[in-house]
Design a protein around this ligand. Structure first.
Ligand SMILES: [Zn+2]
Ligand SMILES: [Zn+2]
Length: 352
């Protein structure tokens, strides 16, 4: 079958013929219907993450935001059947470790990540395998399109978990989102749905226009403003919640500096070669202004019903962030475009 393979870090990705997956006793094989293209794929391709021992090896099939139909079921699987439509969180859990037993499957101690490790070839492929399917395969309700669901394995649930659970954002809160790629735009839409006032910050006009379309109360073009954080403080009295959705010294500081007293920063963006996993924290302000700095990664499968309910009620529409549908052989070029920040919104592979 066809799949997109990380041949060498930073070199063009290759569309290759790879062996068909077969179902482990606890796993299922899923035929891919759609798979979002994400900046995490780009980080993997670039070879980032070695500073936290998380570098994706060459030979890896990428792709971690899939939706599809189950075609083969392992003998021990109890809750998933052939023909079921499923969405799969990128953070695959074993279902048995202390974190999983505490309901924190997105921080599983025995985790593999779909499309990021040899044990879990990804979904930029005609078919892919889901281990521990009773834990990791989430049934998709009728009425949620494949394209809308293609972000629910990663960016959309990451944004939801970060704002709703980690930062407890809600009615009346000013939420500043710095970096309006896929996860940032998702956060803007979700913040609006939670009754908050989203403020979107980016250095590009097109994503800011999209942010305004999907619910941002204000947008700030950081390429035209000396101090975007002071804009947030001047106009809104500061943010109750800030999110760095990109992962750099500059975006982190803009986000944290936007906070008002008692505010919470949640980090979801991972850093690149410039910062290599570390940014400076304004620790005196953290003390003097009672700030909280938190991190958030993915979302546990048991919380998917909360998102499906919001989609069914029309409160969020992940499909509104999708700006293009492409074929599998376009993935190498579309990831290359991310190097120049030349993509807007979410692009989804729909032809395999
Ligand atoms: Zn992703
Ligand atoms: Zn676990």
């Amino acid at each position: 079958m066809r799949a997109v393979v990380l041949a060498e870090h930073g070199e063009p990705l290759e569309l290759r013929d790879v062996p068909e997956p077969t179902a482990d006793p606890d796993g299922v094989v899923v035929e891919t219907e759609a798979c979002g293209i994400c900046r995490s794929d780009w980080h993997a391709w670039q070879g980032h993450g070695d500073w936290v021992d998380d570098r994706v090896p060459t030979g890896q099939v990428l792709g971690h935001e899939p939706v599809g139909t189950v075609r083969e079921v392992g003998a021990d699987v109890e809750t998933v059947a052939v023909g079921d439509r499923v969405v799969v969180p990128f953070s695959l859990a074993d279902g048995t470790c202390p974190a999983c037993r505490a309901g924190r499957q997105n921080y599983c101690e025995g985790a593999t990540a779909l499309g990021f490790g040899p044990a879990a070839p990804g979904a930029f492929a005609e078919r892919f395998h889901v281990p521990a399917a009773d834990v990791n395969a989430v049934h998709l309700p009728e009425g949620v399109s494949a394209v809308a669901a293609a972000s629910m394995g990663c960016r959309f649930v990451t944004a939801f978990e970060a704002l709703d659970a980690t930062a407890d954002a809600g009615g009346g809160d000013v939420v500043v989102v710095v970096g309006c790629g896929g996860v940032g735009l998702s956060a803007v839409q979700i913040a609006a749905a939670l009754g908050a006032t989203p403020v979107a910050v980016d250095v590009r006009e097109a994503p800011l226009e999209l942010a305004a379309d999907i619910g941002a109360a204000a947008t700030i073009d950081a390429s035209e403003v000396d101090d975007p954080a002071s804009r947030v403080r001047d106009r809104f009295g500061g943010a109750d919640v800030s999110m760095d959705a990109l992962g750099s010294t500059e975006t982190f500081r803009t986000a944290v500096d936007s906070l008002s007293s008692g505010g919470t920063h949640v980090q979801v963006g991972l850093t690149g070669d410039d910062d290599r996993g570390e940014v400076a924290l304004p620790v005196d302000r953290v003390v003097q202004d009672d700030l909280t700095v938190a991190g958030s990664r993915g979302m546990a499968p048991r919380r998917y019903d909360d998102i499906f309910a919001m989609v069914a009620a029309g409160r969020v529409d992940p499909g509104a962030l999708v700006t293009d549908r492409v074929a599998l052989d376009a993935v190498p070029d579309r990831l290359a475009a991310m190097s120049e920040f030349d993509t807007v919104g979410v692009e989804v592979v729909t032809e395999f």
